[in-house]
Design a protein around this ligand. Sequence first.
Ligand code: HEM
Length: 486
Amino acid sequence: MDALPTKISLAERLSAITGLEYQIVWKVVFYSLSVILGWQLVQYLRLVFRSDLKHIPGPRWARLTAFWRPWVLRKGEAPEIYCDLHQKYGPLVRTAPGVVSVSDPKAIPIIYGIGTKFYKSMFYSIFDVAYQGTWMSSMFSVRDSAQHAALRRPVAQKFSMSSMKALEPFADECNEIFINAMKELEGQKVDLSTWLQWYAFDVISAITFHRRFGFMEERRDVENMIEDISQGLVAAAAVSQVPGLHPWLMGSSWLPKLLAAQPFFRAPDPLRTVVRFTEDCIAEYDRNPPSADRPDFMSWLRQVNIKGETMSDPDFVNHLSNNLLAGSDTTAISLRAVLYFLVQNPECYRKAQAEVDEADNAGKLSACVSYAECLQLPYLQAVMKEAMRCHPGVSYPLERVVPRGGADIGGVHLMEGTIVGVNPAVIHRDTSIFGDDALSFSPERWLTGDEERTKFMDRHLMTNLHREKHLDYGDGKTHSAALASL
Ligand code: HEM
């Protein structure tokens, strides 16, 4: 074929390649695009007027466009907005053309129970990380059950309680730094929320990499990590509501590079920052390999490799960076909630303090209170559980996709492919589960001695999802226990 002239239109070029007339090419392009758009429109209208969804109440714009959610959630008030929606519309609320928010307690075992076929929705894909140009789903974000099992298999034992206990010395080191700083700052104004975030990030990086970020020592946001993650989460919160956009935004290969290259403003890219930090830690580890029995996630996962049970480099980076992404901010939020509610409720503060003092006077506590010792402080345990009930670390619906054959939820048979999700912030305020005072902070609700009632409340506490996923922090104690050991 002759060489094509360089300055010709696309249609002319196609015409030259296909040998068809210029006008015919235009017609083919036009009709193809019309068919694609028409098909999309038909699909959209079918979804909007689908028989199972059309009777589910919800804001008018929500049933028409997926952009309603990011618009109303833009100010970061998801817990209040979702509570108001369910108050107004009932247990099922249509929050986007194909999305239903659920607050019916009976739906929890159906959607999230062991052996469920409801897999995660695209909402989670915004937490995928890129490594060497390839996007990877993490244990947190993965949407395919076989892939989830494959990712979880080599690390499940590392999340067991016996493994967790081996990590306590790292938390102790951080406790010491934190307490010394608080003593030094006594009498001055301290932003506890910032300090707790520094603390949580330092603990998680220490147990993962044997290396603290150093926020507490340097008393600043080293490498803007926290600011980047916070800003990233604000953007992610919006994009997660229209996840189809993600591959065109920060999930694309070009936009992050473009934003990083432009000279006008600093564009945070937390996922890449976390991966970069992970790569640095791995490089340092490989330069100076530590003794074989060093207890931290990085050593554990590297040792698995050495034994021949191979973990590829991408999986290695994936698991380590996921600890930071899934574990740091959530832990910080929960610690802040505990302190916040104690400060807001002086009587509870007094009781918790008295319990700790009494145990200490009886010689039952080490200088750094251990996880096992902390389990012997029932009031403190109840305080932590209650704080995470009142202010769950994740306050968006934990979205899942209705499996093949559809499912009966809240009295409606929802078709396969519908996205459903229960927002912990909504279910945790349900008076039929937690009592008439569900809106109040009351650790006492966990200490009535009524085992049946406690178990019933426990079953609806969505912070227990870790256990449901077998990512067990041990003895069914889940996050309160994990928090207690910090
Ligand atoms: C108190 C702090 C924490 C809270 C409130 C929290 C919250 C949650 C929630 C609600 C889920 C379930 C998400 C879903 O299924 O839709 C989850 C899953 C997960 N979290 Fe946490 N988390 C916390 C701490 C941590 C820590 C410290 C780590 C790791 C070091 C971690 C790693 C994970 C992983 C890997 C998953 C996915 C589990 C799976 O599906 O197999 N989390 N977390």
